[in-house]
Each structure stands twice: as structure tokens, then as C-alpha cells.
Ligand binder design. Structure first.
Ligand SMILES: *Cc1c(COP(=O)(O)O)cnc(C)c1O
Length: 398
């Protein structure tokens, strides 16, 4: 392809992303290769999607097998892998029923719709309360739920029915009683908003207030789910049972699928015709989800995350002691945010030059989401590369 054609091709894309000019053409485990054959250590997992690493063998085998059988039939018919995946998800969580979508935003849309239907049934009206710095998606409904001006700007009028409260603020929960919301929706670790874990005391108070006021609890585990924080779902570590949970990112290991899970009593509000999706949970994506969960069990991924995260956090603490401009490290399991005094994009850019992929979460937070299959050797390599980057940064050399 000559230069001219290349430029023209690029101009056909809408400019919704500020992309890094690197093209990855191959991935295996914790590594990706660009078109020149250069190898990079991936501590982004495609933004918490490739939790089992790139092209995980068992998922590949099962999906390839399904490709030979049937790809799509529509939800007008029974879909075997979808039923099996729903059963597995229900068995491994506190939920009873699952609705499948294609993305995180769609899973959250389904949660919002279900919460509204359920509230009507109970004769309740009121807003859904979400929290400052949250992120729930880019559809009109979910961006209205996302309490961030930069996500909403220009898309007004917003979908009504959302009210925002500050995150991790127990005193502000007094307003929750006054607002009489039908539901609250929140992330147990705010991902896009800066890797901010929900504090246990705040979650306790929130759950207590919700239970007292007949208000549903929706957890958005699109990023924290699928083993990321050291348990299959993050809510397990907080000692409460949500009414609704959403998943997407890691669920299909890179094949797009989203899911909304709910307790039986609430799930009953979804009856034929109330909600739907053409692609949601089709044979291909459901097989990817099923194979992903099977791999979690067969390869003891959760145990592995717990073990590797001890090593990971030790290395992060080391970096923090060595470099004073790292103000704070936050997170759980294999989800971490490094709050720095410098611009986070400068760090990601310098890391790329060291053939290490890391993310940002806001202007000053470097976000780390390594594959859950990470080894001690790879964590050591990560720490070494980060040290090089931070040394350059401390010499004002970025
Ligand atoms: C990524 C993300 C979403 C949106 O998921 P999409 O698949 O991009 O629609 C929603 N909630 C959280 C917490 C996320 O991290």
C-alpha cells in the first residue's frame, strides 16, 4: 500500500480516539507484537478485556470449534452455550438470572431498564443515584448515568432520572434518604475515574441506607469483574449481596459480550418483549464466555491472581519508595492506579518507548491492568521498565 492510500484510509475513520500510532498484529499471553515484529509487554489487557492474556488456547479452541458449527441464530431460538454460560454465572455469583448484551454500556442499559420496571411494579418512582467520577458507558442512557462533565458535554439533553452524589462520602448518604431513589449504581473500584476503590465503611453505610429505603443496589463490574481484583467479582470482598450486577470487558476474553445479572425477584420484571438484543449472547460470544469461565476454573485463575498480586503490589510499593513524585498507589488485585505529580500521558508514552503498554485514568493517574495470567518474571520485567521510565522522569527527561 503506498503512502497516499494509507492516508486516505485513515481519513475514513471518525476521530473519536486519539490513537497511539502503533499497530499490533499479533498477541500471545502477556505480549503483543507490532507490524515490524517489535514485542511489547501488555499491562493494559486491552483495557481489562484480555484477562486470560492474548489468544488464550482453550478459548481459541472452543470458539474455533463453534465457528465450524453455527455462528448466529437470533434470540428467537434456544441457544445452548448461552444457557450454559448463564447457569455458570448464576452458580458462581449471588444472582439467579442473566440477560446477555454485547458491551458494558448495553449491560448497564439493561440494568437501568430492569431497575425502572421493577420500581414501577412496586409503585415506586424516583431517580437512580450514581456517583461523581463514575463511568458507566457512552450510550445516551449510560452517559447520563456517568457523573462526569467531560463525558456528557455536548450531548444534552441528557436522559432524565439520574442524580449524582459524591463517591466515598458517608455524610452525603443523608441525601440518599431524602431523594428516595429506586436504585443506586456504582463501581466497587472506579476505573476510568482514576482507580478509586470504594471504602468499606462507605459501602456498609450505602448498603444499610439502601436496604432501609427499598432501593436496589446495582454494581457495575464491567471493569472489576472476571477476577480482576482477586475474586471473581469485586462485591465478594465487601460482604454484601447486590441486587443487580453488570459484566462485559473480561467476560469473553476479547470476543464482545456483556451481561446483566439479577436476583430472581427482580429479574421477573423482564418478560417477553420488554427488552432484547439481536446479537446478545449469540453462539459465538456465549461460547467465548463459557470457555473463559471454564479456563478460570481449570487453571485456578483466581488463586493465581491472589498470589501474583502480592508480588505486583510489592513491586509497586518499591517504585513508590524510589520515586517521590508517585503520590499514591491504589487498587486491588491486578488493578492498580499510580497517582503521580506529572502528566500520566507522558508516562504512558515513555513506557511505550520501553515496549511496555500501560494506561491512564484521568490526567495524573497511570492505570495498570496486567493479564491475570501474569508471571513473576513478567512482573519483574514490568518493574524494570517502569524504573527506567521513572528514572528518566525524575531527571526531567521525558
Ligand atoms: C468500560 C466500562 C463500561 C463501558 O463498557 P463498553 O463495553 O465500552 O460499553 C461501563 N462501565 C465500566 C465500569 C467500564 O469500565
Amino acid at each position: 500500500m503506498d503512502k497516499m492510500t494509507q492516508t486516505v484510509k485513515k481519513q475514513a475513520l471518525m476521530q473519536t480516539y486519539s490513537r497511539t500510532p502503533v499497530k499490533f498484529v499479533k498477541g500471545k499471553g502477556s505480549y503483543v507484537w507490532d507490524e515490524n515484529g517489535e514485542k511489547y509487554l501488555d499491562f493494559t489487557s486491552g483495557i481489562a478485556v484480555c484477562n486470560l492474556g492474548h489468544v488464550p488456547e482453550k478459548v481459541k479452541t472452543k470458539v474455533t470449534g463453534q465457528l465450524d458449527q453455527i455462528w448466529h441464530t437470533s434470540n428467537l431460538f434456544e441457544i445452548g452455550p448461552q444457557e450454559e454460560l448463564a447457569e455458570k454465572l448464576a452458580a458462581q455469583s449471588v444472582f439467579d438470572r442473566v440477560f446477555f448484551a454485547n458491551s458494558g454500556a448495553e449491560a448497564n442499559e439493561a440494568a437501568i431498564k430492569l431497575a425502572r420496571l421493577d420500581a414501577k411494579k412496586r409503585g415506586k418512582s424516583g431517580p437512580i443515584v450514581t456517583f461523581k467520577a463514575s463511568f458507566h458507558g457512552r450510550t445516551l442512557g449510560t452517559l447520563s448515568a456517568t457523573a462526569q462533565e467531560k463525558i456528557q458535554h455536548g450531548f444534552e439533553p441528557l436522559v432524565p432520572g439520574f442524580t449524582y452524589l459524591p463517591f466515598n462520602d458517608i455524610t452525603a448518604l443523608r441525601d440518599l434518604e431524602k431523594l428516595k431513589p429506586i436504585a443506586v449504581m456504582f463501581e466497587l473500584i472506579q476505573g476510568e475515574g482514576g482507580v478509586i476503590p470504594a471504602e468499606q465503611d462507605w459501602v456498609d453505610a450505602l448498603v444499610r441506607t439502601c436496604r432501609k429505603n427499598d432501593c436496589l443496589i446495582i454494581v457495575d463490574e464491567v471493569q472489576t469483574g472476571m477476577g480482576r481484583t482477586g475474586t471473581l467479582f469485586a462485591y465478594e470482598q465487601y460482604g454484601f449481596e447486590p441486587d443487580i450486577m453488570t459484566l462485559a470487558k473480561g467476560l469473553g476474553s476479547g470476543i464482545p459480550i456483556g451481561a446483566m445479572l439479577a436476583k430472581e425477584k427482580i429479574a421477573q420484571s423482564f418478560t417477553p418483549g420488554t427488552h432484547g438484543s439481536t446479537f446478545g449472547g449469540n453462539p459465538l460470544s456465549a461460547t467465548a464466555g463459557l470457555a473463559t469461565l471454564e479456563t478460570f476454573a481449570e487453571e485456578n485463575i483466581i488463586e493465581h491472581v491472589q498470589k501474583q498480586s502480592i508480588d505486583f503490589w510489592t513491586k509497586l510499593e518499591d517504585l513508590k519508595t524510589q520515586f517521590s513524585f508517585i503520590k499514591e498507589i491504589r487498587g486491588k488485585g491486578l488493578m492498580a492506579g499510580l497517582e503521580t505529580e506529572m502528566e500520566a500521558v507522558k508516562i504512558t508514552r515513555a513506557a511505550l518507548a520501553e515496549h511496555l503498554l500501560v494506561l491512564t485514568a484521568g490526567p495524573h493517574v497511570v492505570r495498570l491492568l496486567p493479564p491475570l495470567v501474569i508471571t513473576e518474571k513478567e512482573t519483574a520485567l514490568f518493574a524494570e521498565k517502569m524504573k527506567t521510565v521513572f528514572t528518566k522522569a525524575s531527571q526531567n527527561n521525558l
